[in-house]
Write a protein that binds this ligand. Sequence first.
Ligand SMILES: *[C@@H]1O[C@H](CO)[C@@H](O)[C@H](O)[C@H]1NC(C)=O
Ligand SMILES: *[C@@H]1O[C@H](CO)[C@@H](O)[C@H](O)[C@H]1NC(C)=O
Length: 315
Amino acid sequence: MKWTLSLIALTAIQVISAAPSLVKRATVNDVATLGYATLNGGTSGGSGGPTTTVTTLAALTSAVAGDAKKVVLISGTITGNTVVKVGSNTSLIGKSGSSLVGVGIRVLDVSNVIVRNLKISKVLAAAGDALAVQSSHQVWIDHVDLSSDRDHDKDFYDGLLDLTHGVTGITVTNSKLYTHWKASLIGHSDSNGAEDTPITVTMASNYWFNLSSRTPSFRFGHGHIFNNVFDNNDDGINTRDGAQLLVENNVWTGTDKPLYSTDGGFAVATGNDFGGASNTAPVGTFTSAPYSYTKLAASAVRAAVVSTAGQTLSF
Ligand SMILES: *[C@@H]1O[C@H](CO)[C@@H](O)[C@H](O)[C@H]1NC(C)=O
Ligand SMILES: *[C@@H]1O[C@H](CO)[C@@H](O)[C@H](O)[C@H]1NC(C)=O
């Protein structure tokens, strides 16, 4: 009798464990599979290179420097008041529970970089943005967790995720941006069109909440923004200065201007749930992204994105 019961119990456990897991499988050698980062030769970062695990600011700074192919894993909490510059051909990955406090990451004048599963908080404006990509190409940002607080004035911290100075081939997926004043600036300034018009950015399946502005603020280039969730931000997507955005199947709550234009920005918007508010951006010309992708219906986005965005991979 007991034997029969435990056999039944064992069978039940096997059935449960055979069900698809909610935790996505990930490896340190993963390469970008979605969006602009897959074009122009793709984005492989340090995939296949030697792997180093770092636990201090000094070790992190030297491990990510230089353009040789490499995987750098962060373990534990690293605290400081600075930004660390990452070389080309690098995958920088946070282990579960790891965190950078006051330490930002800067991808400047390089190409082929992957930043994954990092948690970054409270980077002071005097040091820089939490995560900045400038004058760089082929960068995949995935499952990052970026935040600060809103207990100071809006310039106490700078941006959470700023993509400026002509960056191309950028994909931002499965990330969480929250509790901050100025979230994400794309395109450096109103007078920087010559450099910023080539910008290409894909933003998919990210969770944005409790932000004041720039969710994102997008100047000049092309942006494909789909399957994101935006909750209780003061601002929405601001398309500016001739930017051409393709905005598909996103979900908003708690803002009265989810998608709007200043200085002649444009958007093609389809399948979005604006949470009772309206899109006021003029219709643009960016109707089809130059890669294949699968998008969820807006009604399925919240359940798929909110619980999986941020530092939820295990390495
Ligand atoms: C970095 O990778 C590129 C190809 O993506 C390659 O051309 C370049 O030589 C690499 N740099 C180094 C220093 O290995
Ligand atoms: C939003 O930000 C405020 C100010 O920093 C903070 O007190 C609050 O807990 C945040 N709310 C959420 C939902 O995280």
